[in-house]
Design a protein around this ligand. Structure first.
Ligand code: F7E
Length: 345
């Protein structure tokens, strides 16, 4: 195909990388999957999606400027999606310098490479609701002032402004998607939703009797489905010019509510009791404790509430989230039970 588009996706082994690659492949793109070579890399998610064979894997590291330059120069992609990052907020308090370099400086490296070697490339940056942190208004939209609460949020904010600045300074087509939390059965198990569904699935198949230990149960998030959100990333790069967009559902739920929904899909009726550090969740039918608080999972600075207003995105991109909260929790829970039953969790 002569007019086939080429896209580079960094972070190809992550949750969003898999969904986005699947979408682009289904519409005829040539997909280059950029990943950081690691001794343990097995491409499990891409295998489970059934798309590993169709992706051309290329070496990539956000900290290796020379490699990024060669990659951009060699392939001159139509679209470049930067989904790579140290994306676990809790880890960023322990690895702030690395997080700042990868999530902040790394984006300057990519933008410089595009500016120098392939200025026609359209660039998507995975920005995040963590930039709103200590929220200055509710709900948050594109013009809400930022107040990051973690080294991760700070680094992402730098990258966000770099993305905007390269659009304004050099006329590059760049987009920032301020994505609120988005989950799926392919979410990493360190994130709270998948931590819960993976643990509950082990309990359901009798692999463990221990309750799932969690941190702040009162935190509230605007949770959407990753499969819906990657479609929005693609739409951002099909417009006349680059811009910034909030991607969210406009609904907010607590960790406690997610536990309840996941529990329902296990056939449990969970009741919370106790306060703060000694709070537990018990299945009323069996009396079994399924969740308990462990303060070790509290963060040095917490983001208590995130709620997005995606009005601009709906209006300009014609995008709507399809999967809602209860359906998302059920989908994740059922998939993890299925995996646990097959011994593949
Ligand atoms: O935490 C609370 C925790 O780690 C959500 C990343 O994709 O979304 C994600 O960041 C909330 C926090 O995601 C546990 O304190 C309670 O309030 O699932 P999370 P996150 O930090 O919101 C944004 C948009 C990103 O950009 C990030 O890359 O849940 N929480 N107990 C817990 N969190 C975890 N991980 N583990 C717990 O045991």
């Amino acid at each position: 195909m002569s007019n086939q588009k080429t896209a580079i996706i960094t972070g190809i082994t992550g949750q969003d990388g898999g969904y986005l690659a699947k979408l682009l492949l289904s519409t005829g793109y040539r997909v280059l999957g950029a990943y950081r070579r690691g001794a343990t890399e097995t491409f499990e998610k891409l295998k489970e999606h059934g798309i590993l064979e169709q992706i051309e894997m290329v070496d990539f590291d956000l900290l290796e400027f020379s490699n990024i330059c060669r990659l951009v120069k060699k392939y001159q992609p139509d679209e470049f999606y930067n989904l790579a990052a140290q994306s676990f907020v809790a880890a960023s308090f322990e690895e702030p310098i690395y997080t700042a370099q990868a999530d902040g400086m790394g984006v300057f490296y990519i933008l410089e490479a595009i500016r120098e070697f392939s200025p026609k490339t359209r660039f998507y940056q995975a920005s995040t609701s963590e930039m709103f942190g200590l929220v200055q208004e509710i709900p948050q939209f594109e013009k809400t002032p930022f107040y990051p609460r973690s080294p991760y949020g700070v680094a992402k904010l730098m990258a966000h402004w770099a993305t905007t600045n390269y659009r304004e300074s050099f006329g590059l087509y760049t987009c920032s998607g301020i994505l609120f939390n988005h989950e799926s059965p392919f979410r990493g198990k360190e994130f709270v939703t998948r931590k819960i569904t993976a643990h509950f699935a082990r309990m359901v198949v009798g692999e463990t009797d221990k309750p799932c230990e969690l941190g702040n149960l009162s935190a509230q998030r605007d949770w959407g489905f990753a499969g819906d959100y990657v479609e929005c990333m693609w739409r951002m790069l099909q417009q006349n010019e680059g811009d910034t967009y909030v991607v969210a559902t406009g609904e907010m739920h607590s960790i406690r509510e997610f536990v309840l929904e996941a529990g329902k899909a296990c056939g449990w009726d969970i009741e919370f009791s106790g306060k703060e550090d000694s709070e537990i969740g018990t299945d009323k039918k069996t009396g079994k404790i399924v969740v308990k608080v462990n303060p070790k999972y509290y963060r040095p600075a917490e983001v208590e509430q995130l709620l997005g207003n995606p009005a601009k995105t709906k209006q300009k991109l014609g995008w709507e989230p399809k999967v809602r909260f209860a359906e998302l929790a059920k989908m994740m829970m059922e998939k993890d039970i299925e995996r646990a039953e097959k011994g593949r969790l």
